[in-house]
Design a protein around this ligand. Structure first.
Ligand code: 18C
Length: 247
């Protein structure tokens, strides 16, 4: 049967062989496994997570962390989305074809290396926030199937001699992000757009890489993370409308 472009590009259900022979593989495998496990851990008040945004099924928590006066607050967000699968959510988050359509902090995006179907290396520059210097990031991105009905994308900073840090006007920031998604539907039924629900856990830690005023940074954080998660999830729901469900 002829497959559509979308089906060919959906996250593969097993790790691509080209990735497992790449020099980055041991790091990608280790960090992805750790991040996916941490993503689904509960946020008990004991571990210092404080709720800072809540809207419908979305909850966002942060921990205040400063290292040498630089804000590196880890973020953890939970959300529930109806009518789309975990695999579809991760497809739209991973695939660069859609990124400018939902990512509002982006100025430029370059694919530095196409490792495999399920791993890419990106260079991105972000919109400048006054009065701080503009930031850029260089990171690998890996999508994988995990536990039952679970897919996840992990992004983590890396290096490349062709993209040295702090060479131009940008300060290099460091990022570890994981979007982990798990689908469920009523027992004994087949999954459909009408009965599927996907639980999302999004974790992010951004090291600004150089001085940025703490007040401005926390204000940006508070505004941009809820905006991102609401925009991204509704973007995926819109994109999937009328298309066959991909489990
Ligand atoms: O995960 C997300 N996107 C992925 C695909 O792009 C990928 C990206 C990770 C980079 C996140 C860092 C973004 C920094 C942006 C700074 C400029 C913002 C400008 C906004 C103005 C319109 O994983 C979704 C990411 C959602 C990002 C939310 C913003 C997080 C802010 C964290 C602080 C950043 C410190 C930068 C220093 C700024 C100086 C005040």
């Amino acid at each position: 049967a002829e497959r559509t472009r979308d089906e060919v590009e959906l996250p593969p259900p097993a790790i691509d062989n080209r990735l497992t022979v790449h020099p980055l593989w041991p790091e990608i495998d280790r960090i992805s496994t750790e991040q996916i496990q941490a993503a689904f851990e509960e946020v008990g008040g004991e571990n210092g997570w404080q709720l800072f945004a809540e809207e419908g099924d979305m909850r966002m928590y942060r921990r205040e962390v400063e290292v040498d006066g630089m804000v590196m607050d880890p973020l953890k967000a939970m959300h529930k989305v109806r009518g789309v699968s975990a695999r579809e959510m991760c497809h739209y988050f991973f695939n660069p074809r859609y990124r400018y359509e939902w990512e509002t902090t982006l100025e430029t995006m370059t694919i530095v290396e196409q490792v495999s179907r399920d791993a890419l290396v990106f260079h991105q520059t972000f919109k400048r926030i006054w009065p701080a210097s503009q930031r850029d990031a260089l990171f690998w991105s890996h999508v994988r199937a995990s536990h039952a009905n679970t897919y996840a994308v992990t992004n983590h900073s890396t290096t490349n001699p062709d993209y040295p840090p702090n060479a131009g006007a940008c300060i290099r920031l460091f990022v570890t992000v994981c979007l982990a998604c798990r689908s469920s539907w009523p027992a004994g039924e087949q999954p459909t757009r009408d009965n599927i629900t996907t639980s999302i856990a999004y974790c992010s830690t951004v090291n600004p890489g150089g001085w940025a005023p703490a007040g401005v940074l926390r204000a940006v954080y508070k505004r941009e993370y809820p905006k991102f998660l609401k925009r991204f999830t509704s973007y995926v729901v819109d994109q999937c409308r009328g298309k066959p469900l991909a489990i």
